[in-house]
Ligand binder design. Sequence first.
Ligand SMILES: Nc1ncnc2c1ncn2[C@@H]1O[C@H](COP(=O)(O)OP(=O)(O)O)[C@@H](O)[C@H]1O
Ligand code: SF4
Ligand SMILES: [Mg+2]
Length: 364
Amino acid sequence: MPTADTPATLPTDLAADELVLQATSVSKTFAAGRTGFGRTRVSAVDNVSLNVRRGESLGIVGESGCGKTTLARMLVGLERPDSGRIEVAGRDIASLRGSGRRLLSRDVQMVFQDPYSSLNPRLTVYDIVTEPLRVHGVGGSSAARRVRAAELLSLVNLSPDMMTRFPHQFSGGQRQRIGIARAIALEPRVLVCDEPVSALDVSVQAQVVNLLRSLQRRLGIALVFIAHDLAVVRHISDRTAVMYLGQVVETASTAALFGDPSHPYTQALLSASPEVDRSRRRSLGQRIMLGGDPPSPTDPPSGCRFHTRCLFATSICAEQVPPVVELSSGHVALCHHTDQAREQRGRSPELAAAETTETAPRVG
Ligand SMILES: Nc1ncnc2c1ncn2[C@@H]1O[C@H](COP(=O)(O)OP(=O)(O)O)[C@@H](O)[C@H]1O
Ligand code: SF4
Ligand SMILES: [Mg+2]
């Protein structure tokens, strides 16, 4: 096992730029109970495509309820998409059975939002971090596993002496480190982290974020990082995807997304964020306030799902699903009017005039 100071040997069957995780047009709906019109369904994720390259970090951000957790659960195989395809290192996970399925769980692991409910309170730290090794029949003798458990705890900056303790003896930040140690035990290619710091005290959030960043760089693990706030996404992500009401509306390198936000929703999200620096805020114009609450995912708007709140909406936006527009290499947005949105961005008087007094988007 590599330590935090010695780089791991990366999987040799993947080229440097090869995709380790790929979602193609995945959608997921859930039953939402009965209404007077019969059964309704929630459209949690709709036609999402994204990919993760070896060793990179991809941030995903969007309002509460926009489908981030559902997408994360599909990426790790905990939820099956209704349609679309998820591939891990080129293998369609829907086709995997038995040993193939077990191999998938070696390749893709998840770090959960709540470090209190995600660790079994009756197991010691040793049992927790070595459980994946036992399940997969790797790690050798129990003595070898103890050595490995000590290595894993060192990797997440916990003392190996702690391995005989139980979860309740740890703080939230320490529990999340234990969850991370368990997730990296099998040296996965991809770690999907679903808001891994949002349940933690602000004082320890940065430590856990920096730990994940350092593990990503030193061990060559790709990260999918779903974050509560834009500053964290900006800090940790090489690329960023913005979700709105079940769809990814813009994806770009993190520098391009924060420097040249081109989807009206991304612009609104950034303009409402206290983390966006003052010079950037000037170029975004005034704070953009969106009209109304997000629409219900049980009855998403026709055409562009953002059209009921968008400052740039025209009739086509309500009628036709927007195309995926490539703005530059790797920078794509789902919008009929990216030219207008980009052109207007610098002109604060127009945006100010278009402001409403209603709610700003809330991420998380
Ligand atoms: N198991 C489920 N059953 C019914 N609805 C669900 C279920 N899981 C998620 N949803 C709904 O799907 C939508 C997306 O939820 P989620 O993926 O948790 O979003 P986020 O993580 O961005 O807050 C929400 O409207 C949520 O209520
Ligand atoms: S397609 Fe239309 S409504 Fe949707 S974001 Fe673009 S301009 Fe706004
Ligand atoms: Mg969530």
